[in-house]
Write a protein that binds this ligand. Structure first.
Ligand code: GMT
Length: 379
């Protein structure tokens, strides 16, 4: 099938899922066209089956905000016509589902029929999408999509609760390529990061408020009082500067390493002992799954889709949002005894196998086939 994929091409989880999905679909014989405003960060190689088409938004002084949706809709129309794309899969409803619907209507006028599959990822529904300023447009574009998927049961429930949804939502959990996270000993450059007796704790995110970055630092502060440890802070975002200040205030600058954005997440996770994700909300927590696939147990909050990913007392622990003491205590419990740590590491790997891409990507293929069939019967 010829599939157009629209996503945010950045380090965020929705872009990562869309990119990994496109790459796996291409291996399974589909022709994939990424249509985004820049090349997705995880898309390294283009090939006969993987194409990238950039959406340009020319600047014009009259506009305070450049009309990205308009440029995206136009690009979708052009690419569908040029490459014979049979289906559009848009990730993150805002504004992708809306732009895809406009493209679909323009194409229909020319006798070309292309169904839209929309995948809801998280804040497109919760923090951003349900805001009164966006809600009517988001409701409309979800209802007008030809198939809708959400990345967790929890996100599906939130969508049904927050919007007036008139169609089925299929839950297709995020997935992981387990082979990419299976390391040989030589891949792990642990010695460069910490002494032998030190535990390495990692946090990876886009440093937005929802990630509760100060909680990460406070939990680490409590851990390092009990045992030798280092904290790796990976990513960039608005909360980073405040995080650096807090680290300095607490006098732990020599034990916290800010790495910035990285395309080598698997290498960092390879030498990590524990992952911290104390988010306010998280529809799934893809990064927790990436950690577990690298045998790294997860201390997370018990919010949104996280309990569907991280099994309490098995792959890590779940605590209430803001329960810094509880998360510190659980982290220390895992880290202070080597047998316990090794058991949790093994469990984390086992838990990640539930999300093997070989089981999940066919769920998307089935949705594409059914949607295309139904759509062509109606049109
Ligand atoms: O919604 C966001 O914050 C952005 C989005 C992204 O593009 O990174 O993250 C969401 O989608 C990810 C992939 O499905 C999920 O793993 C994240 O949990 C989810 N973020 C939130 O719900 C806060």
């Amino acid at each position: 099938m010829k599939i157009g994929i629209v996503c945010y091409p950045t380090f965020g989880g929705s872009g990562v899922v869309a990119t990994e999905l496109g790459l796996e679909l291409s291996k399974r014989g589909h022709e994939i066209h990424f249509i985004t405003y820049s090349q997705p960060v995880r898309l390294e190689l283009l090939s006969n089956n993987v194409h990238f088409h950039e959406v340009h938004v020319p600047e014009y002084p009259l506009f305070l905000y450049q009309p990205y949706e308009l440029a995206l809709s136009s690009k979708l129309v052009d690419m569908v016509k040029l490459h014979g794309i049979e289906l559009l899969h848009v990730h993150y409803a805002i504004p992708h589902a809306y732009a895809a619907y406009m493209a679909q209507q323009m194409l229909k006028d020319e006798g070309i029929f292309v169904p839209i599959v929309t995948t809801l990822h998280g804040t497109d529904i919760t923090l951003v999408g349900s805001h009164p300023f966006y809600k009517p447009a988001v409701t409309f574009s979800i209802n007008k999509s030809n198939a809708v998927t959400s990345v967790s049961e929890s996100l599906k429930k939130d969508t049904m609760r927050l919007f007036d949804i008139k169609r089925e939502i299929h839950v297709v959990p995020n997935f992981i390529d387990l082979e990419k996270h299976t390391h040989s000993f030589t891949d792990c450059q642990r010695v460069m990061m910490a002494d032998d007796d030190e535990r390495i704790i990692t946090h990876i995110s886009n440093f937005r408020e929802v990630k509760r970055i100060p909680d990460v630092i406070k939990i680490f502060y409590n851990i390092q009082k009990e045992l030798p440890a280092k904290l790796m802070m990976v990513g960039e975002g608005p909360e980073k500067e405040a995080a650096e200040n807090l680290v300095e205030e607490l006098g732990i600058s020599d034990r916290v390493i800010f790495v910035g954005n990285s395309n080598e997440i698997d290498r960092i996770l390879c030498f990590s002992d524990l992952f911290l994700l104390p988010s306010q909300t998280e529809s799934f927590g893809l990064v927790a799954l990436e950690a577990m696939a690298s045998s790294v147990p997860v201390i997370s909050t018990n919010t949104g889709g996280l309990p569907e990913v991280n099994e309490d007392g098995f792959s890590g622990y779940l605590s209430e949002v803001n329960a810094i003491k509880d998360m510190s205590k659980n982290a220390i419990k895992i880290l202070s005894d080597i047998d316990t740590l090794n058991q949790f590491k093994a469990n984390a790997k086992v838990q990640s196998q539930k999300f093997d891409l070989h089981n999940i990507v066919p769920m998307y293929e089935k949705i594409y086939e059914d949607t295309l069939k139904e759509f062509l019967v109606v049109n």
